[in-house]
Design a protein around this ligand. Structure first.
Ligand SMILES: CC(C)(COP(=O)(O)OP(=O)(O)OC[C@H]1O[C@@H](n2cnc3c(N)ncnc32)[C@H](O)[C@@H]1OP(=O)(O)O)[C@@H](O)C(=O)NCCC(=O)NCCS
Length: 184
């Protein structure tokens, strides 16, 4: 299993999510349910720190199998959110980023910086060729991140997700390794 640790600035860092983060993760989810429920579907299944520990174990297993990783975003020693590089296809050298932040950690550029670091890692260290970010069409804050980072909008998957009883269109963004290098 590789070790993922990246400072973002003097107050913030990304670090591979570990089992001992389960209590902090549960606290963050439990205090952000309405905020997360708006766009994500898994929050209702997370009812205890034990559920979080099981989630972390499953993610560590994926990491051990070289399928991607889940990192904790720490800001001023508080867990602020998660970012994942997931669904790695080594044949196609392609992967996708997913993320979320606690409500009070929004608005400071933390997740944009985290995405930049994960994209750097995906292209430079893992040798990927394409990284995707998907966001619900109406999720302006989420869509702003790939747009801020110069991702290309590939298209819209119509009624792709069901959240809170509504089908949501999903916007697919991508960045290619050559484009990222040219933009630096
Ligand atoms: C999606 C989500 C992570 C976006 O959070 P965010 O705080 O808007 O994103 P960032 O941390 O990159 O911060 C960007 C904001 O900080 C501001 N900012 C301040 N300094 C900045 C900097 N140096 N760089 C970039 N942005 C900066 C930006 O202007 C922007 O604020 P604005 O929207 O008011 O203009 C968050 O809204 C969230 O978790 N939502 C719920 C779950 C969810 O939707 N997940 C995504 C599913 S696809």
């Amino acid at each position: 299993m590789y070790f993922f640790y990246t400072p973002l600035d003097q107050d913030s860092r990304l670090q591979l999510l570990q089992r001992h983060d389960a209590n902090a993760l549960f606290h963050l989810i439990d205090t952000n349910r309405a905020h997360l429920r708006r766009w994500l579907t898994w929050e209702r299944q997370t009812q205890s720190a034990h559920d979080c520990e099981q989630f972390i174990t499953s993610r560590l297993r994926i990491t051990a199998e070289n399928g991607g990783f889940t990192a904790a975003l720490w800001h001023q020693e508080q867990l602020a959110g998660l970012i994942e590089l997931q669904k790695i296809s080594w044949i196609d050298r392609r992967s996708a980023i997913g993320y979320w932040l606690g409500k009070t950690f929004q608005g400071h550029g933390l997740m944009t910086a985290a995405c930049r670091a994960v994209v750097d890692y995906g292209f430079d260290t893992l040798g990927l060729n394409r990284i995707e970010i998907e966001a619900a069409a109406g999720n302006k804050r989420s869509r702003a991140i790939p747009e801020r980072l110069g991702f290309h909008q590939d298209g819209i998957l119509r009624q792709y997700q069901q959240v809170n009883g509504h089908y949501l269109d999903l916007v697919v963004y991508s960045m290619l390794s050559a484009e990222w290098r040219a933009s630096i």
